[in-house]
Design a protein around this ligand. Structure first.
Ligand SMILES: Cc1ncc(COP(=O)(O)O)c(C=O)c1O
Length: 471
């Protein structure tokens, strides 16, 4: 969110314009910082000014806080640049892009084991957040239609989720007026159980959310147990409550690394699944996917038809215009890597994650959170007894270029402070070794400083209470 930029009395005058040394080389009028310039600047100058300024950003390859893809092959970059000018929503003008989207939806439905007999449906989105909101809206409308048919109230829909869900689930609840019934975490348990769900469920439950690869710890909610619970309870009470699986990060690790582990449409109650194309599907940011087990899970009333783009076109998205590039990048990866390619990539990412986890485990200063690395997400804590915090470690690692998430867990596990490394394809074995060397040095320096000065914290403004950097 952006609010009005503040200028202090002292810097008001000199900060009014972007002061660029490039004005010595190009003839550039002063460029106002916060208002549109009256005249333009030469293209090279505009490029160079912004290019230089962006050097202040962190390096994406060293951003171990993010799940999002930071490298793709030159051939797919060429393809994406060639198609930058296409507005995907304009299906009439760009029908082939839509055909490619449909192929991707089919590939994903198959990969997530939609039954052969099912008439699955799906859509590309801008990311998992949009996909989750659309998926949950469909559950809400299906629940509403059923209640109306039975002549029952539709005033108080609710949704059952664990505290481990990504913030976009809470956004859905607030934006779309659904009560979020949240199972709190436990100090030693960071996922939900079927028993937790049973305590909260009722006739107004639109669906239960399960996460396959939680943002906080990378763990998996027990989809199978919750499927069994819902099968039983629906039969007993005559309800039709389904599951939406948030496989934002797990959706492309599980089918290749653990093909026999069930979490997807192999469970009958799983009616919709989202995944982020820009996470382990290995595409640059801006692509997510929503897949419905059956077209009946997507009520017709929430599909929109518009006729102002040349023909009548259907749409089930929150945004209207968007680039086609993410979809094209996704399809490139599908045909470029295939099953074998994705399996090889996931295997090597997991090997590097395991290597990092082993090295952390060997290090006396840290302890792993959770015994097993399932997804390539390594979470760990300080061994205890230090007067500096995980935020100090994260801050000091930033000085060495590494971006590492530091946060504490939600209620009732808020006393658990941790660091998180998301291992991606670009994080090699050698980088893991370099990371460990830096981590060790940072810890040693903080420890020495701590002993010397008894100073509480090196990181300005970072206090133990806040949860930061979880994305
Ligand atoms: C489990 C989970 N769900 C949803 C999201 C939101 O995904 P996106 O950034 O693709 O909107 C994330 C992001 O990290 C996530 O980890």
């Amino acid at each position: 969110m952006i609010t009005k930029e503040k200028t202090t009395k002292n810097n008001k005058e000199k900060d009014n314009n972007i002061n660029t040394s490039l004005s010595g080389r190009y003839s550039i009028n002063p460029i106002p910082r916060l208002t549109l310039p009256q005249t333009g600047a030469p293209a090279q100058a505009a490029y160079q000014i912004i290019h230089n300024e962006l050097q202040l950003d962190g390096k994406p390859e060293l951003n171990l806080s993010s799940f999002v893809t930071t490298w793709m092959e030159p051939e797919v970059e060429k393809l994406m640049v060639e198609n930058l000018d296409k507005n995907f929503i304009d299906h009439f003008q760009y029908p082939q892009s839509q055909i490619i989207e449909a192929r991707c939806v089919n590939i994903l439905a198959n990969l997530f084991n939609a039954p052969d007999a099912a008439n699955y449906a799906g859509t590309a989105t801008i990311g998992s957040s949009e996909a989750i909101m659309l998926g949950l809206l469909a559950h809400k409308w299906k629940w509403k239609a059923r209640r109306e048919k039975e002549g029952k109230s539709t005033a108080k829909p609710n949704l059952i989720i664990g505290a481990e869900v990504h913030v976009c689930w809470n956004k859905f609840a607030k934006y779309f007026d659904v009560e979020a019934r949240i199972v709190p975490m436990d100090k030693d348990d960071y996922t939900i159980t079927a028993d937790d769900v049973e305590k909260l469920i009722d006739e107004n439950t639109i669906c239960v959310g399960c996460v396959v690869g939680t943002t906080y710890t990378g763990q998996l909610d027990p989809v199978g147990d919750i499927n069994d619970l819902l099968t039983r309870i629906n039969k007993e009470k005559g309800w039709d409550i389904g599951i939406h699986v948030d496989a934002a990060s797990g959706g492309f690790v599980m089918p290749f690394a653990y093909p026999d582990v069930k979490w997807d449409f192999r469970y009958e109650r799983v009616r919709s699944i989202n995944t982020s194309g820009h996470k382990y599907c290995l595409v640059y940011p801006g692509i997510g996917w929503l897949i419905f087990r059956d077209v009946e899970d997507l009520p017709e009333e929430i599909i929109f038809y518009v006729n102002y783009l040349g023909q009548t076109e259907s749409s089930y998205t929150l945004n209207f215009s968007k680039p086609a590039t993410g979809i094209l990048g996704q399809y490139y990866n599908f045909i470029r890597l295939g099953h074998e390619g994705y399996t090889a990539v996931m295997k090597s990412i997991l090997e590097n994650a395991q290597y990092l986890a082993n090295r952390i485990e060997e290090n006396d200063n840290f302890k792993l959170l959770g015994a097993k690395t399932i997804l390539p997400i390594v979470t760990f804590q300080l061994k205890g007894g230090e007067s500096f915090t995980v935020f100090d470690v994260s801050y000091a690692m930033r000085q060495k270029g590494w971006i590492v998430s530091a946060y504490n867990l939600p209620a009732n596990a808020e006393s658990v402070y941790m660091l998180r490394v998301v291992v991606r394809e670009t994080f090699t074995h050698d980088m893991a070794a370099a990371f460990m060397k830096d981590l060790h040095e940072v810890y040693t320096a903080l420890n020495a400083e701590d002993k010397k000065t008894k100073k509480k914290s090196l990181a300005p403004g970072k206090k133990e209470k806040s949860s930061v950097n979880v994305c």
